[in-house]
Design a protein around this ligand. Structure first.
Ligand code: ATP
Ligand code: MG
Length: 256
């Protein structure tokens, strides 16, 4: 049985799809069987983020309508065969897939995965309800911006009305140069304000800005490795670009 984790935010565009794709890859790199479910029905782009768009043949609507089995719709990642994607649909058919049907599909995929990660749409409407109903754990994604934090906070409160047993916070697009100067709120402080457990912090990245997946080297890759270790219960370390907070590392960071 898989751990079923839904990735939610509140405000759109804060990095749910990016986190789903890169966390999935980091877990797959550790040998886990990972199934990613694109629950952003109508505005999906997890296939694009993973560069799998050209491999998609069937989608979640084919499965929901009973034309094919869930496993037949899965697309394997190019680098990690045990990383699979259940693609979503582009056209406006969101209301055709009911929450119970979606959860039933998830529970079938659950049986052949170690992790089932569901990329939810922005907001707290029907699509959110459908994605959250299928999960037992949630990752709330926010950026350090006040508007994103406020919306994430509302979303997190809503999660407790579902059967979600554990809620963790991931702060994305952290500018450590700004947090060091006290010009942006640090991830730990955001978690404290939201009264959520911080499970990951991810740096602002030029690589991700261009490619969606961060590859295996560089600061984002380190941050995702940290997040994967945290989720696996192998470490309680939250990524930070330094090994120390000394003057040398501060100096180095300002000039890199
Ligand atoms: N750490 C990062 N550094 C730089 N750019 C990032 C980072 N994380 C995400 N992005 C960029 O932010 C944009 C939005 O990311 P993404 O699509 O993952 O957000 P989302 O929450 O899934 O959006 P939506 O709510 O529309 O589904 C993308 O262009 C992505 O490349
Ligand atoms: Mg998205």
């Amino acid at each position: 049985m898989a751990r079923t984790i839904v990735v939610v935010s509140g405000k759109g565009g804060v990095g749910k799809t990016t986190v789903t794709a890169n966390l999935g890859r980091a877990l797959a790199a550790r040998g886990r069987r990972v199934t990613l479910v694109d629950a952003d029905i109508g505005l999906n782009n997890l296939d694009v983020a993973l560069d799998l768009e050209d491999r998609v043949v069937y989608d979640i609507l084919d499965v929901a309508d009973g034309r094919i089995e869930p496993a037949e719709a899965l697309v394997s990642d190019k680098d990690y065969p045990d990383l699979k994607l259940l693609p979503s649909v582009k056209c406006g058919v969101s209301d055709k897939i009911k929450a119970a049907r979606f959860a039933a599909i998830a529970s079938v995929l659950n049986m052949t995965s170690d992790y089932l990660i569901i990329d939810a749409p922005a907001g707290v409407e029907n699509g959110f309800h459908r994605a959250v109903c299928a999960a037992k754990e949630a990752l709330v994604i926010t950026t350090p911006h006040l508007s994103a934090v406020k919306d994430a906070d509302r979303t997190a409160r809503l999660l407790y009305t579902y059967d979600v047993k554990s809620v963790g916070l991931v702060v994305n697009r952290v500018r450590y140069d700004l947090t060091d100067r006290g010009e942006a709120v640090a991830p730990e402080k955001i978690a404290e304000l939201m009264r959520l457990k911080l499970v990951g912090a991810l740096p602002e990245s030029d690589v991700i800005g261009i490619n969606a997946v961060c590859g295996e080297k560089g600061e984002s890759a380190k941050a995702y490795a940290c997040l994967a270790d945290f989720i696996e219960g192998k470490s309680d370390k939250i990524y930070s670009p330094d090994t120390g907070r000394g003057l040398f590392s501060l100096f180095k960071r300002r000039w890199q």
